[in-house]
Design a protein around this ligand. Structure first.
Ligand SMILES: Cc1ncc(COP(=O)(O)O)c(C=O)c1O
Length: 451
């Protein structure tokens, strides 16, 4: 197996705003148990805790090159002419534990397919977590529905189930919980609310391959699950996605929708031509070959990430002001697409998070502050002021909606305090985790230098 490394400098440039200071003769002191590091912060010209590269992502396996070439040379790149996508779908359903899986062009198109097939229509409302990648907002808007945010639970980073019912109206059609960063949502509570109010549940599992709730995989916990296989993901093919589910009729309709509305499965006997709305949301054969090869490593990678994340939890929580994520009630395993914690600046003498992130990057630890309060970025007003939304929703509803956007205090706070590490870092060894721990500890102990 071939791996390629990216330089630490390139990685930091790509992932965070950190700057690496020039090196000066180090003063030695001891941090944590793992190793000796300098106490001059790298951001101020000291020696960084870590000077070596982190693993590049994705990891390409040369064994996959022949199968890719073979599909390339066959000219059968379209799923209807080959067998690779269908084979991948079978394997992926086995991984998630669902009866069926449908491969799509992306996680976005998987979500659009699920929303359409489960009946989310123009003028409907969908309850969703505000703490997510922007695609989760956009797919609801693409259905001409309203993404209604229930506040985030700061401890779990996921939707707070206790904040859902107050946001349900007569227009609410679905709940779209997001297993963000690979952390499973509290699905028992969410499913109970959905049942009580006759709503469908679509899981955005686009960051949650192999995450588990109550021993079941994310993507097998609601009416449909949606995944992304974009380049940065744990199961990557550049672009790609999947819908997972257990109901054949619904999955047949998903297939039709993603294939220009052509009948599929049972409906093939009932209809001719193009009886359904739909579009082209198909995956290519070569993507499926790449995915089947990448699937060979996902279990071992997931175990490694878990082991390292638990180690980080155990050490980072000892540092004042660092609060690692907590799993939701019932969650049994996270996928750790990102490793998150909350940074409480009051324990760092008020050192702003941005400065903390810069200092951490300078120590050789790539990091990010994660999602902002994206509902303040202009997207919401752009949608609400459109002709379509003015036609579909009363002015009164849209005004009330604007007020709801101002009432997400936990999410607002989380966007100010979150710190993420990247999944590829969790594939390294325990000594590399010690670099992370030592860097955070070093900044804590030397925080006054940065004031
Ligand atoms: C939570 C979440 N939802 C949806 C998506 C959309 O997936 P894609 O980029 O494959 O369209 C992503 C992708 O990053 C995501 O992280």
């Amino acid at each position: 197996m071939k791996t390629n490394n990216v330089s630490r400098r390139q990685f930091i440039a790509a992932t965070s705003a950190g700057a690496i200071g020039a090196m000066i003769t180090p003063k030695i002191s001891t941090f944590g148990k793992a190793k000796r590091v300098t106490d001059n912060l790298a951001l101020l010209g000291g020696d960084p805790v870590r000077k070596t590269d982190w693993m590049a992502w994705p990891i390409w396996d040369t064994d996959a090159e022949d199968p890719v070439l073979s599909v390339l040379r066959s000219g059968k790149w379209y799923r209807e002419w080959g067998t690779q996508v269908a084979e991948f779908e079978k394997k992926y359903a086995e991984v998630i534990g669902t009866k069926r899986a449908l491969a799509t062009a992306s996680g976005t198109t998987a979500l659009e397919t699920a929303l359409h097939v489960l009946g989310v229509d123009a003028g409907d409302e969908v309850i969703v977590s505000p703490y997510t990648f922007i695609a989760t907002y956009n797919v609801v808007f693409n259905q001409k529905a309203l993404p209604v945010f229930a506040d985030t639970d700061q401890e779990t980073f996921t939707i707070n189930p206790h904040k859902i019912e107050e946001r349900i109206t007569e227009r609410t059609k679905a709940i779209l919980p997001v297993h963000i960063l690979g952390l499973p949502c509290d699905m028992n509570r969410i499913n109970a609310i959905a049942k009580k109010h006759n709503l469908v549940v679509i899981e955005d599992a686009c960051q949650a391959w192999l995450a588990e709730y109550d021993g079941k995989k994310c993507g097998n916990l609601g009416d449909l699950g949606c995944f992304s296989f974009q380049n940065s993901k744990h199961l990557p093919s550049g672009e790609g996605g999947a819908v997972t589910g257990n109901n054949d009729d619904i999955m047949d309709l998903c297939h039709s929708y993603h294939n220009c509305g052509r009948p599929y499965g049972k409906t093939r006997n009932e209809y001719r031509g193009y009886p359904f709305r739909g579009g082209n949301k198909r995956m290519m054969e070569i993507q499926a070959v790449i995915l089947m090869n990448q699937m060979e490593r996902i279990y071992a990678d997931a175990d490694k990430r878990l082991e390292n994340a638990l180690y980080l939890d155990s050490k980072l929580k000892e540092i004042p002001g660092i609060i690692p994520y907590k799993l939701s009630d019932g969650a049994t395993r996270s996928a750790y697409h990102l490793y998150p914690f909350r940074y409480k600046k009051e324990h760092f003498d008020g050192l702003p998070r941005e400065k903390f992130l810069q200092a951490l990057s300078a120590e050789g630890i790539p990091c990010s502050g994660g999602y902002g309060p994206q509902y303040n970025d202009g997207l919401m007003e752009e949608a609400l002021n459109s002709q379509g939304y003015k036609r579909l929703f009363s002015a009164q509803r849209l005004d009330a909606y604007r007020e709801e956007l101002k009432n997400l205090p936990d999410n607002d706070q989380l966007t100010k305090e979150a710190v993420w590490f990247f999944q590829n870092m969790l594939l390294a060894e325990k000594k590399d985790m010690d670099d992370i721990i030592n860097a955070v500890q070093k900044i804590y102990e030397n925080r006054k230098q940065l004031m």
